[in-house]
Design a protein around this ligand. Structure first.
Ligand code: PA5
Length: 392
């Protein structure tokens, strides 16, 4: 089970104990929005369809390419980084940019006829994703495409219907950055051979432990009221480095809604960023909350060989990493820097599924605390419209 530890002197000043009785009240506000992101574990039919498609197609292709951006790509990138081998040549590439170098170089490593293209866009109209699709459509056999999009709306759905291309549905009431546990993340994960039933079981476990998300959101909210408007997510696990990317979008796009409402997400990695960012966190402005992600089981115990450094004698890399986390945590606490720890038993499908939902729910709670709509993103429209204007 995933736990949240807020037990240190920097957080005890934040009086969230008086707020915990408000959980049900705020939950009702979230439920009143009639959203689907926290009910995805109930959809056994989609799980079955995705699994079947993946089982039929996994070995037919050498590579899988996801075309998508934002909420249509970040969850998949996180799933791949967290749950597949860190160094084996990847079978799946996510092209979440329109940089022509990236788009043209991909053919140096894939054979179009042996690659399945998964086109992901909730709205079905995102120009970056559609232009990528039209680029590859000229090169790739039509049977090598599968779509993931809105059940009814959008250009991609129209093409799927007209050209009989298989197309999975993103439920109408699940928005882009909350969609990782729909076919958006489930299909690529299943194609990679990951256990998607476990992912959804994790979601169910997180839903049954909503206190975690509520406590996290309360802590962030109360600290932000004291001017601590930056949240640094720092996993101590190479596998979880892309979780912080996924969370950055979730937090930034959901909460940054007006001049007084927003939490700036920052990505960090333990132990790597102890040697690049920690100085700032320990002695710079007191405007941050650090969220450590601690993993109890970091993998096979790897002993540091005999060496002349006395304090490393008989120590494993696992122990060194955990000790550095503890030392970093204590240094921040001593310096009066707010920090909390989300602790996972291990990085697995189940814990990652649970973590996605805990974090999504915490952001939904935050939105209700601020009294904003955490599920839209009007602020990105202006740039989109200007792009259209300039190209027209
Ligand atoms: O969270 C959101 O809704 C957005 O960030 C989208 O994920 C992003 O803009 C991509 O949209 P779409 O999936 O419609 O292509």
């Amino acid at each position: 089970m995933i736990t949240l530890n807020t037990d240190n002197s920097t957080i005890s000043e934040v009086d969230f104990s008086s707020k915990t009785n408000l959980l049900d009240e705020y939950l009702k506000k979230i439920e009143a929005r009639d959203l689907g992101f926290y009910k995805l574990h109930e959809d056994k039919e989609t799980l079955k369809k995705v699994q079947e498609f993946a089982d039929q197609n996994r070995n037919k292709y050498d590579h899988f390419i996801v075309l998508g951006i934002g909420g249509s790509s970040l969850g998949t990138i996180c799933l791949q980084q967290s749950l597949t081998h860190l160094f084996k040549a990847p079978k799946l590439f996510v092209l979440d940019n329109i940089d022509p170098t990236m788009l043209s170089q991909i053919e140096d490593v894939i054979d179009y006829s042996k690659t399945l293209f998964i086109i992901v866009t909730k709205s079905g109209g995102t120009p970056e994703t559609l232009s990528q699709y039209y680029y590859f459509r000229e090169k790739v056999p039509q049977e090598n495409f599968v779509f993931i999009t809105d059940p009814e709306k959008g250009i991609l759905r129209e093409i799927a219907n007209k050209e009989n291309i298989p197309a999975f549905e993103i439920p109408e009431n699940v928005g882009g950055r909350f969609s990782v546990l729909t076919p958006v993340g489930l299909l690529p994960a299943a194609l990679l051979g990951l256990n998607i039933a476990d992912l959804l079981q994790g979601v169910e476990e997180a839903w049954n432990n909503k206190e975690l998300a509520f406590k996290l959101a309360t802590t962030q909210y109360l600290l932000s009221k004291e001017g601590k408007n930056i949240t640094v997510m720092m996993p101590y696990s190479q596998r979880l480095i892309r979780l912080a990317d996924w969370y950055s979008q979730l937090l930034a796009e959901s909460i940054g809604k007006n001049e007084n409402t927003g939490i700036t997400p920052v990505k960090a990695l333990g132990v790597t960023d102890q040697h690049s960012q920690l100085q700032l966190y320990n002695e710079g402005p007191k405007d941050k909350l650090l969220i450590f992600i601690e993993v109890s089981d970091l993998g096979p115990t790897l002993q540091i060989p005999e060496n002349p450094i006395s304090y490393l004698k008989g120590v494993s890399f696992n122990k060194l990493m955990q000790t550095e986390l503890e030392a970093t945590r204590q240094s921040l606490t001593k310096n009066g820097r707010p920090n909390i720890t989300i602790k996972l038993p291990a990085v697995s499908e189940k814990t990652l599924g649970a973590l996605f939902l805990h974090l999504e729910l915490s952001v939904a709670f935050l939105g209700e605390f601020y009294g904003i709509d955490a599920f839209n993103q009007p602020g990105v429209e202006l740039s989109k419209n200007l792009t259209k204007e300039m190209l027209s």
